[in-house]
Design a protein around this ligand. Sequence first.
Ligand code: SAM
Length: 414
Amino acid sequence: MNGPELVSVAPTCRLCAGPVREWMDLGRQPASNAFPRPDETDAERFFRLAVGICAECTMVQQLEAMPTDHMFRADYPYRSSTSDGLRRHFEAVAGWLRDTELTDRADLVVEIGCNDGAMLGVLGASGVRHLGVDPSAGAARTAVARGAEVRVGFFDEVSAAAIRAERGPAKVVFSANTISHVADIGTVFRGVDRLLTSDGIFVFEDRYVADIVEYAYFDQIYDEHFYLFSVRAVDAMVARFGFELVDVERIPIHGGSLRFTVARPGARPRRASVGRMIDEEAQTAIGEYDTYLRFARQIERVGADLVALLTDLRDAGRRVVGYGATSKSATVTNFCGIGPDLVPFICDTTPEKQGRLSPGMHIPVRPHAAFADPYPDYALLFAWNHAEEIMAKERHFVAQGGRWILYVPHVHIV
Ligand code: SAM
């Protein structure tokens, strides 16, 4: 099914209504986290994954949006806690919020997109008043088992008003890797406006577009990452919704992310980090169309090099296996046309993905145990953002002569 009724198309900026200039078309793409069973492939939905930049507010955004109820369903398979690094990160975030902001017993924290409770479970165990909001019922069940309280559904102005009526205002609203996913982002900010105390903070973490461009992380572009944030564009966006960006810091998550701290205007001092990073972005032309055109050419080169390498390896009789059926891998496989002929299967530790097919290209996803049974000659590392953790865990693969294939910032073998 691939009808125009399935996507929402906006030729102008969703934030400021300025003109959006397209700089890359990554082609027909599926929902990156919808892994069909072998008998479900006819029901897959596709959209045109095209990215542009607003000539006025400089927000990088997709031109078409996959419907949210297709992306974030009850069986959404992503789980934050499958990565030790992410689990440690969210434990640290929970400790930081508990010790700096949530110091009064009455303080409430609401997490948008709490997933399996990697962050909220820690706060729940510390006795902090909290609520997670997430439409992914399966992930929410795991969060509840970890001791977190979760409202299953989307966060928007309606659910925020209901939460406020039931529990009072929130001192902190937190969200990681979720705010950039919401095309209709105004509904999130109007919800935060209804919920936040006068001196509260809205903290959100998301991938940084400058890192994506610098390191050619083109597979960070997929349906869920509707916006790619820069500091300048987020500063303008939050002001439009009646808030102030008061702090921004780099965090080493997913190859390079930012933690934005937003407050009501004048409620918190604005730190120098905001102006400093906006100046840095001006120097590196991160708000300019030509920067993205150059990036688009680099993406095309990487795609061609990867297909050439995989074709050569197949023709030479080498076995290549995919490692990590990540959301990112949907972009790479569908953009490059990489199917089971080049990569016969992808191994993944997430039970919800195993026995299913990769979105769009239908590469079988097999349990992690299949990786060593027997080891392939090469492993194509789709989960490159956890490379250190994975390479340490799989040192026997290399010890037995195996090699990793990476494709960012360029195709190489290690
Ligand atoms: N916060 C976790 C992390 O950083 O690992 C999970 C991130 S996951 C990529 C995005 C999560 O946001 C999913 O669990 C999804 O169901 C949830 N989500 C998407 N849109 C949402 C919305 N409008 N309100 C609440 N949760 C949402």
